[in-house]
Design a protein around this ligand. Structure first.
Ligand code: GCU
Length: 337
């Protein structure tokens, strides 16, 4: 289902499309008669030394060296969220103004319902379960499920477990979370999850979080340790509490129009390189996660485990966050060993 889009969004998207076509015509489209390879803009919110950004950089290098793709296409990696927040970027992908998106599944779920099942709190037992699901048939079906919305899913990236962090105190129980203003992604499921846990959700773009924490506009946020570290949120919110309420993966997707403009050989080559980049990303992720935990502790950040998560699980279970469409997916996911 395509969501309703405001006219200002449409005009900005059309402007982007126009600029992109202009760039495209300058850089060639990979077909005979044009000079040079066509440019694929790939957007991501992270800094260049973040594991996902490093894997995307290797993907760009691999595309350039690839015998099928190299002479026809180039990846133009746009990091640090310079192309806007993830929901806006996804709209640009639908319009064809951006070709590739590497980012969270949470805002994608606003366009494509089925994949949103991955944003359900306490869905996965642990990291092993998460990867068994994503690397198995359910993962394949979910990557394919976004096609009617103008996207082709290529590969999953690790985004770890998300937990709460805030400026005030360690969260040991739901009482400590009560009433805190917590930044959430532009995701209905995340908004409802935070509400079910007794805090007040505030939807903001990723790049707005540091300043909002700094000014006290929000009390806290929730994310994985690598993001908390890389964005330096720990400087302004020193309590990180390991409640692991979600494991929402990141993914790499390409716009359907770009995908359909490729011949089968180029599609295969791109899909294979995307999968290789997922392996690179996962290796770097696990090394980075260990490193940042040590660095955060050395910097005096208070990281606490939560003894008993039963009340957290109970609170989200009582809020009945599972839509009828998600129910069969949740059941299948829970059965994966
Ligand atoms: C993670 C994820 C990003 C996302 C961010 C967020 O860092 O990798 O893609 O934008 O969470 O909370 O917005």
């Amino acid at each position: 289902m395509h969501r309703r889009i405001s006219s200002s969004r449409i005009s900005s998207a059309l402007l982007c499309l126009f600029l992109n076509l202009l760039l495209w015509s300058c850089s060639g489209d990979g077909s005979p008669g044009h000079s040079g390879p066509a440019k694929w803009v790939l957007a991501n919110v992270h800094a260049a030394d973040y594991p996902t950004a490093e894997a995307l950089q290797s993907l760009a290098t691999a595309v350039e060296a690839d015998p099928t793709l190299g002479s026809r296409y180039r990846i133009d990696l746009q990091l640090g969220g310079v192309l806007g927040n993830e929901k806006d970027v996804l709209e640009k992908v639908q319009f064809g103004a951006v070709q590739l998106y590497a980012g969270s599944v949470a805002p994608l779920a606003e366009f494509s319902e089925a994949i949103g099942v991955l944003t359900q709190p306490y869905l996965f037992r642990d990291a092993k379960h998460y990867w068994s699901v994503l690397d198995g048939p359910i993962g394949e079906e979910l990557l394919a499920s976004i096609a009617p919305n103008g996207f082709v899913g290529l590969a999953w990236y690790d985004a770890g477990a998300r937990s709460f962090y805030n400026r005030q105190r360690p969260v040991e129980s739901l009482d400590d979370l009560a009433g805190l203003k917590i930044r959430v992604q532009r995701s209905e499921m995340m908004r409802r999850t935070v509400e079910a846990l007794g805090a007040n959700p505030v939807a903001l773009g990723f790049n707005e979080v540091y300043t909002s924490l700094h000014t006290g506009n929000i009390d806290g946020a929730e994310n994985n340790l690598p993001s908390y570290f890389s964005e330096r949120h720990f400087e302004v919110a020193r309590f990180y509490s390991l409640d692991g309420h979600t494991r929402v993966p990141d993914l790499l997707l390409v716009g359907k129009q770009t995908w359909e403009s490729l011949d089968p050989e180029a599609q295969n080559a791109l899909r294979n390189l995307a999968r290789l980049s997922s392996q690179t990303q996962r290796e770097r992720w696990s090394a980075f996660e260990t490193r940042v935990r040590n660095e955060l502790e050395a910097a005096g950040v208070e990281i606490n485990a939560i003894e008993d998560l039963a009340a957290f699980r109970q609170a989200v279970a009582s809020a009945d966050l599972t839509s009828p469409q998600h129910r069969p997916w949740v059941e299948r996911i829970r059965q994966v060993p």
